[in-house]
Ligand binder design. Structure first.
Ligand code: AP5
Ligand code: MG
Length: 194
């Protein structure tokens, strides 16, 4: 199996690049943000709880997202690999993920971290906020809160995988195809050395 995390701040291009990567490498795309938004659309109790946090730009509690990932992994027994997008977002989530994968006799092979300046991120998110209907993109204060949460709670996840020698940085500005090619290089390089 080949399992990777596409990592980076809000608006860095995780979702955009994930779509292309899963197509090329046949991985299963697991985006906790997308899964949570599906729960909101379905008006489920989980979705109602999650929305209170998402609207403020704060993280949904660890046990909720870890439970979602656990059942997704169970639902794909024959997968050749997973691409995690927007997860793990806390060190506790990273430790839980490592344990879940170890139970399946596999592990994370690569964390590819997209690097984008804050100025460019804000531009992308406010721009999308005009059309996407994503409530957390419309308000500049909520976007700011998402960056603070990223710095305080999510950035340490990169250190967790750096310590395991799985960490690679990718310059996340330029055209979508240029960035895609750089991520593919990091993946191909990692796959060759498995
Ligand atoms: P989530 O849905 O994960 O959102 P996010 O990480 O804040 O970031 P985005 O999805 O907005 O950005 P992205 O990096 O995917 O970029 P994208 O490709 O879309 O999380 C939302 C909320 O859910 C969280 O705040 C939290 O409340 C909750 N949540 C989710 N996961 C959680 C977890 N594990 N634990 C706890 N809570 C969790 O691109 C952004 C825009 O830029 C698009 O319009 C795109 O078209 C454009 N763009 C992309 N690439 C380029 C480029 N190269 N040049 C120009 N524009 C570009
Ligand atoms: Mg996304």
């Amino acid at each position: 199996m080949f399992n990777m995390i596409l990592f980076g701040p809000p608006g860095s291009g995780k979702g955009t690049q994930s779509e292309k990567l899963v197509e090329k490498y046949g991985l299963i795309h697991l985006s906790t943000g997308n899964l949570l938004r599906e729960e909101i659309t379905g008006n489920t109790p989980l979705g109602q709880e999650a929305q209170r946090f998402m609207d403020k730009g704060q993280l949904v509690p660890d046990e909720v997202v870890i439970g979602m990932i656990d059942s997704c992994l169970e639902n794909h027994p024959g997968a050749t690999g997973f691409l995690f997008d927007g997860f793990p977002r806390t060190v506790a989530q990273a430790e839980a993920l490592d344990k879940l994968l170890a139970l399946k006799k596999t592990s994370i092979n690569l964390l590819a971290a997209l690097k984008v300046t804050e100025e460019e991120l804000i531009k992308r998110l406010l721009n999308r906020g005009q059309t996407s209907g994503r409530r957390d993109d419309i308000n500049a204060a909520v976007i700011h809160e998402r960056f603070i949460v990223y710095t305080n709670e999510t950035a340490p996840v990169a250190e967790h995988y750096k310590a395991q020698d799985k960490y690679r940085t990718i310059m996340g500005e330029g055209t979508i195809d240029e960035i895609f090619n750089k991520i593919c290089e990091a993946i191909d390089d990692t796959m060759q050395n498995l």
